[in-house]
Design a protein around this ligand. Sequence first.
Ligand code: HEM
Ligand SMILES: CC(C)=CCC/C(C)=C/CC/C(C)=C/COP(=O)(O)OP(=O)(O)O
Length: 309
Amino acid sequence: MKPAATISQSDIAPPAHESALAAISGRARDYASLTKPRIVFMVLITVVVGYVLGARGGPHPATLLSTLVGTGLVAASASCLNQWMERARDARMRRTANRALPRKRVSPREASILGAVLGCAGMALLLAGANVPAAAVAGTTLAMYVLVYTPLKPRTTLNTAIGAIPGALPPVIGWAASTGTIGMEAFALFLIVFLWQFPHFLAIAWLYREDYARGGMRMLPNVDPDGSITARQATLYALSLVPASLLPTMIGLAGHVYFTGALLLSLAYLAAAVRFWAGVSDAGARRLLRMSFLYLPLVLLLLVLNPPA
Ligand code: HEM
Ligand SMILES: CC(C)=CCC/C(C)=C/CC/C(C)=C/COP(=O)(O)OP(=O)(O)O
């Protein structure tokens, strides 16, 4: 029988090419995580909706593709630069301490270069493959997110109201890419996503209030310990989202099935906010956050599926 002592490391270690592949895929995962892929995906859904509604009757696949890839790259750049700027604060918060920068799996220099390259590539693609209005809105979105919202996070609780502007501009990018203009319809899409964000991030701000305080971020729950103002604000914004959700039908952008669906969904979102307000709790905030993840994709789907009669 072969004595145990003769079993060498090479008997159990993976072959060299396999560990090299694992190291490369680990690196790729670290870089990809800097782009917050799930948020970029959701942002791109709002872009598609803006584009398709603007292009009813004749979407141009090549322009749509350039718009999506271009905006995706710009949004990825925004997240990357945001994490580069917040690396020290992210290290102090549990939710973000495991990110690639605080864990030192990617260097600040690499992240800033990646952010700049993604941003330039995305802007160039939008200019070449979409149009100037779409590129201008995307550039404004990037600048507002990175140069205004991100530096304001540790300074004022108004940061989120300002961050909601770049958050709501992506459907306008889509609309501008397909129509070359920014009109009333683009404003209706902007308004829905803008108002939708308040209950979304106020629920998050409540759930992570201790974490935000550790990181020195000024969020409403940090100056509102019993959550009454936070929950009231979430409810008021959910309430204003009810008429805003109906606007697309009123301005001839969507039909009556959309109207009914949007009414029911916005009332359900409002009910979750009211329930959170009636008895502020983590469970209530979690329900409201889950409802936010349900409301937006469904309303956007109805918008695309139900054109005006
Ligand atoms: C001021 C505006 C916003 C703020 C402060 C905000 C904040 C956040 C935070 C902190 C999370 C992480 C929650 C967690 O880890 O449990 C999150 C998740 C998410 N947000 Fe927002 N958000 C905003 C706007 C938006 C917009 C405009 C979209 C897309 C249209 C969006 C889509 C998402 C998605 C899809 C997730 C889940 C991502 C994941 O699980 O990785 N958010 N948001
Ligand atoms: C085209 C383009 C530039 C699109 C960008 C749109 C975008 C990134 C929307 C997200 C909005 C937002 C304020 C997210 C929260 O970031 P956060 O910094 O509060 O999140 P964190 O605390 O998890 O870092």
